[in-house]
Design a binder for this molecule. Structure first.
Ligand code: 8Y7
Length: 259
C-alpha cells in the first residue's frame, strides 16, 4: 500500500504533494514502481496535528481517489469522517482506512451501507493531538488485540462481514518506542484474530529513534521493518518508498513459496 498524502502539514512529505499535478505525478510513479493499493489521505494524524474540516478534506482527497480509480488501481481512503467515506466510495474507493476504527459518528453506517468496500480497523490510544503525551498499557499486545476484536464484533453486528475487514495495531498511535517494539515482536500472535493484518511503520519516529535517523534517512529502516512484519504475518504494508518495498515483498514471496 503506497501512501499519498494531500496534507500540507504531513511530516514526511513536507507538503510537496499538495498541488494537484504533483500528486498526480506521484500516483503515476507509485504505479510504475509496482504499488498494489494507493492510500489517499487528507487529514494529518501526525502527533500534534490540527483537525481538518469536512469540506477541506473532501476537496483534497476526492480528485485523487478519482485519479487513482481512472488509472485502474485500487484506492484506500484514509479518513474517519462518514461523509468523506461515502463520497470516496461513490468515487470508486475499494477500502476505508480508518485510524479511529469507525468510532466517529456515522462511520460504521457509511461502511455498512456498502456491501463491497473493505475496511481497515486500526488501534489508537487517545487522539492524534495528545496521543504521544503519556501512553500507558498494562499489556500492550493483549489490550490492542482486545480492542480490535471488539471493533470487529461491532462491525459484524451492523452487517459488515469479516471477509471485508483487516486489522492494524497502529504503530506510533499512542505508543512508546517500547510499546511499538513489543507489538512488532508479538505481531504473529495477532493471527488468533483470523483476519489479515496491515502494518504501517514507514518513516515513523520509532524507526528514527532506533536508528538515530531524521525523516529523510529512514528508507532502509522502513523496508527492513516492513520485511520483519511480513515474516510475522502481515499481509499489507503501508509505505512511502514503493520500489525498495516491492523488492522486499518479491524476495519474501519467493522464499515463502519455495517447497
Ligand atoms: C497508519 C495509518 C497513518 C498506520 C494505518 C504515518 C493513516 C501516520 N499511519 N493507517 N495512517 N496504519 N492503517 O506516519 O500505521 O503515516 S498516518
Amino acid at each position: 500500500m503506497g501512501i499519498l498524502n494531500t496534507t500540507p502539514d504531513s511530516f514526511s512529505d513536507g507538503g510537496s504533494y499538495v498541488r494537484k499535478d504533483i500528486a498526480l505525478r506521484r500516483i503515476e510513479t507509485m504505479i510504475e514502481e509496482g504499488v498494489d493499493i494507493i492510500d489517499v489521505g487528507g487529514e494529518s494524524t501526525r502527533p500534534g496535528a490540527q483537525a481538518v474540516s469536512e469540506s477541506e478534506e473532501l476537496v483534497r482527497v476526492i480528485p485523487m481517489v478519482e485519479a487513482v480509480v481512472a488509472a485502474g488501481k485500487p484506492v484506500s481512503i484514509d479518513t474517519s469522517k462518514a461523509l468523506v467515506m461515502q463520497e470516496a466510495i461513490r468515487a470508486g474507493a475499494s477500502m476505508i482506512n480508518d485510524v479511529r476504527a469507525l468510532q466517529e459518528e456515522g462511520a460504521l453506517d457509511a461502511v455498512a451501507a456498502s456491501d463491497e468496500v473493505l475496511i481497515c480497523l486500526m488501534h489508537m490510544q487517545g487522539q492524534p493531538r495528545s496521543m504521544q503525551h503519556n501512553p500507558h498499557y498494562d499489556d500492550v499486545v493483549t489490550e490492542v488485540k482486545s480492542f480490535l476484536q471488539q471493533r470487529v464484533e461491532v462491525c459484524q453486528k451492523v452487517g459488515i462481514n469479516s471477509d471485508r475487514i483487516c486489522l492494524d495495531p497502529g504503530f506510533g498511535f499512542g505508543k512508546t518506542l517500547q510499546h511499538n517494539c513489543e507489538l512488532m515482536k508479538h505481531l504473529d500472535s495477532f493471527k488468533e484474530l483470523n483476519l489479515p493484518l496491515l502494518v504501517g511503520v514507514s518513516r515513523k519516529t520509532m524507526i528514527g529513534n532506533i536508528l538515530d535517523a531524521d525523516v529523510n534517512n529512514r528508507t532502509n529502516g522502513s523496508v527492513v521493518a516492513a520485511m520483519y512484519a511480513l515474516t510475522k504475518g502481515a499481509k499489507i504494508v503501508r509505505v512511502h518508498d514503493i520500489k525498495p518495498t516491492v523488492e522486499a515483498v518479491k524476495l519474501f514471496c519467493a522464499f515463502e513459496q519455495a517447497k
